[in-house]
Design a protein around this ligand. Structure first.
Ligand SMILES: NC(=O)C1=CN([C@@H]2O[C@H](COP(=O)(O)OP(=O)(O)OC[C@H]3O[C@@H](n4cnc5c(N)ncnc54)[C@H](O)[C@@H]3O)[C@@H](O)[C@H]2O)[C@@H](O)CC1
Ligand SMILES: Nc1ncnc2c1ncn2[C@@H]1O[C@H](COP(=O)(O)OP(=O)(O)O)[C@@H](O)[C@H]1O
Ligand SMILES: [K+]
Length: 503
């Protein structure tokens, strides 16, 4: 799990290191430039003289990095050239200093992008200082760079990507590689910024977070699944958790099957599905390991379970609504974790008073459409700031919010949020959300809350999202992104856990 920062936090960390710790700004800039050069030279494989590198530099400190990169490459024997964008009068002190040093070393400066063919283009126009939409000459410049051939490398952020939200501010540089400094910026984790950045390398340049402020935003990648404890050798099916999946309706038993499969894949002891009678035979045929309950004795079912999944495929009938309300109310009274998904969320949107049943033990798992119904905000608005939207719903309801999308953000009511870096477009297939609901319930059942270490409902929900994405990546390897189906994600989850636990 790694800290992710906003642009403002990054600027604070920069100035803290410079002003409070006394590390001169030019030292940090030199280290940043050296790190980019190091990454570039890995690709050059010793053949420096063949490289023709264009460093396109803005007037801020991102431009200063670019000029320093050009100068170091020049000193290493590469043919590096500087293109200076923007008004010279607006150059920062550091940028002016870098221009002077580059001039002393006679690094060539061009004012025509097409005077040569370049093997590499380095974008150092804007970094964390980008504050508004890109227009005019800068827009034309970035459009031209995107048209040019050559390997594209962005310094800190691809110019045009909003470092906080990942949004494209008018236009953005399309990078193959982004070398970002000290911490991954949120905009490099969220789409479209994540796609525009290409491969991301986080380089240590000597800027750390030493102000004592609690980090609030994290990225999670597959290696973080090491946090999952192994199954206890002396456990039994009772100790590994009992999941109640309130799922499926007439003609919709697949959602119940997939949710239960997701739960089983995590290693839980038992799963019982509460569903209409007509689903009994197909479910028992497809998944004989699950118990099926078709009675109206909801009280008994509730008492039996440790964790609930409510919603996959239950429909929007009055009967479904009564069931959802019953289970939500009981779960709140008895503090049992709940994953509220799909029609459970649509019913919540229709019955806003049910928000009283929500607390930090409830995980809401809306996709963008469900989120729009829950919040009244347009999908466009939600997509413009996914982390902000997830955090706002978590803060408003007191529940954990898993806002599903190509890049899923999990937010806890206390403001912590986790961005999952696993998953792939093959997961955009019917039923993959149902599998997620089961995986999330499984995580709550398998791993007890330890709030002291902040391993609570929100943390395990985020780990569940990561696991589901890793399972999807595994499915894509096995079946291909086009051929994989939701059930393959559940199998992928089981395989990932096998790999992680080294059985
Ligand atoms: N000493 C430091 O503080 C360090 C800074 N570093 C680099 O410095 C960068 C941040 O530098 P700055 O804060 O100077 O900011 P930037 O260099 O990212 O850009 C700021 C400049 O762009 C202008 N600008 C912003 N949005 C614009 C738009 N849409 N159209 C036209 N102009 C626009 C601003 O008015 C300002 O002049 C980092 O991303 C990183 O690359 C690194 O060298 C590490 C150390
Ligand atoms: N392009 C993508 N990259 C990664 N994950 C994706 C992508 N598209 C969808 N997903 C994931 O697949 C799941 C889809 O869930 P959902 O929309 O509820 O589907 P369904 O209702 O069909 O089950 C979510 O977990 C989402 O994050
Ligand atoms: K840049």
């Amino acid at each position: 799990m790694k800290q992710v920062v906003t642009c403002q936090e990054m600027k604070f960390c920069d100035s803290y290191t410079i002003e409070r710790m006394g590390v001169p700004s030019c030292v940090l800039m030199e280290r940043a430039a050296l790190k980019v050069v190091e990454e570039l030279e890995k690709r050059f494989a010793g053949e420096y003289k063949k490289q023709k590198i264009l460093c396109v530099c803005g007037s801020g400190n991102n431009g200063g990095d670019g000029v320093a990169i050009a100068r170091i490459l020049h000193q290493h024997g590469c043919q590096s050239t500087i293109y200076l964008a923007g008004n010279p009068d607006h150059r920062t002190e550091e940028m002016q200093r870098q221009c002077q040093i580059a001039a002393n070393y006679q690094v060539p400066v061009v004012n025509n992008l097409h005077s040569e063919e370049y093997t590499t283009i380095v974008d150092a126009i804007f970094g964390v200082g980008l504050t508004r939409e890109i227009k005019g000459e800068y827009r034309d410049l970035i459009a031209e760079l995107n048209e040019m051939s050559g390997w594209k490398v962005a310094v800190d952020l691809p110019s045009g990507v909003d470092g906080d939200t990942g949004a494209e501010l008018g236009i953005a540089f399309h990078a193959d590689l982004t070398v970002t400094f000290a911490f991954r910026k949120a905009g490099l984790c969220l789409y479209p910024g994540r796609k525009l950045a290409g491969q991301v390398i986080v380089a240590d340049v000597g800027i750390y977070r030493e102000d004592g402020a609690e980090p609030k935003l994290f990225s999670m990648e597959k290696s973080d699944l090491r946090e999952l404890p192994e199954k206890e050798a002396d456990g039994n099916k009772g100790t590994f958790g009992k999941i109640l999946a309130v799922a499926g309706s007439s003609g919709m038993c697949g959602a119940a099957f997939l949710s239960a499969s997701g739960a089983f894949a995590t290693g839980v002891g038992m799963v019982k599905i509460v569903t209409p009678e007509e689903n009994r035979i197909p479910l028992q045929t497809m998944l004989p390991e699950a118990m099926i309950s078709c009675t109206d004795d909801l009280e008994k079912d509730f008492d039996w379970c440790d964790v609930l999944v409510i919603g996959p495929g239950i429909g929007m009938t009055v009967k479904a609504a009564d069931k959802v309300q019953f289970f939500l109310k009981k779960a709140k009274q008895e503090k049992k974790p709940v994953v509220l998904d799909a029609d459970g969320l649509n019913l919540l949107a229709e019955n806003p008073k049910w928000k009283n049943y929500l607390d930090s033990h409830v995980i809401l798992t809306p996709h963008m459409g469900e989120m729009s119904r829950l919040t009244g905000k347009s999908i466009r608005e939600l997509k413009s700031d996914r982390a902000g939207a997830a955090r706002a719903l978590a803060a408003e309801t007191g529940a954990v919010c898993v806002l599903k999308d190509a890049c899923t953000v999990t937010a806890a009511p206390d403001g912590r949020a986790w961005i999952s870096l696993s998953g792939n477009a093959g997961m955009a297939t019917a039923g993959s959300g149902d599998v997620l609901s089961g995986v999330l319930a499984g995580m709550q059942a398998m791993y007890p809350e330890t709030p002291v270490e902040e391993k609570d409902t929100g943390f395990y929900a985020a780990l569940g999202v990561l696991l589901h994405g890793a399972g999807g990546d595994q499915a894509a390897v096995r079946k291909g992104m086009a051929g994989m189906k939701a059930g393959d994600i559940a199998c992928g989850v089981a395989e990932i856990l096998k790999e992680q636990q080294n059985f």
